[in-house]
Design a protein around this ligand. Sequence first.
Ligand code: BTN
Length: 247
Amino acid sequence: MIGKSIIELGSVDSTNTYAGNILQKSDPEDGTVIWALKQSGGRGLNENKWESEPGKNLTFSIILCPGFLPPDRQFQLNKAISLGVFDFLNSLIPNLTIKWPNDIYVGVRKIAGILIENRIIGTRIKNSIAGIGININQTSFPHDIPNPVSLSQVLRYEIDLKEALINLCKYMDSRYSQLRSGDHIIIDHDYHHCLLGRDEWRIFTKRGKNFEGKIEGVDDYGHLLITDRKGTRSAFNLKEVEFHFDP
Ligand code: BTN
């Protein structure tokens, strides 16, 4: 169960790295959470840094053992984790979307990021580390972070971090249970429904060139499906396409 065991740390380089080290040495229970008040080397997607003011936000990793999921369906885990974070935030604030593949946005501002690292051995996902950073009580951000926002900036009050984490774990566990039970239709439907920019004409950039397109959804492998003005549908991976917020 997600959150049944929570390891609390004052300071660590990265909770994802810490979780990886635990997995090297022991056999932690599925759903074990590593939570740190401060990360000195928080990691984000594409080798970016994840910066978070110490003691203000949630920075944690969940150790998962989704051996029931074939490696070629690993994007389903990404969907379930994104939806768990989405559901928790959606219980508190409106205007949320999931920006493909797994950023959570409030309007045009990013409130949470997710970094999932899977260890695949043979034909099985041996374990996964789902690292999650959610801006909770931070009210000012470094200038080089594009369009950040925190929960307390929207709600206008401070949130108790531990209480939020325990509550969030319930939402995460419910989506992880759906995944374990094979409820892919619900997961696919909800992820599709929450996708930022779905069915809207937007400008995208591919290899430095702009084109107009409409997000149709994602394929089974997690590629983003975009149809252009000529009606051609293409599947893109993470580094291939950039999304612009202005229509
Ligand atoms: C992103 O949006 O680029 C993903 C950010 C993921 C950040 C979290 S914070 C907890 C965990 N530990 C890390 O080093 N990264 C993830």
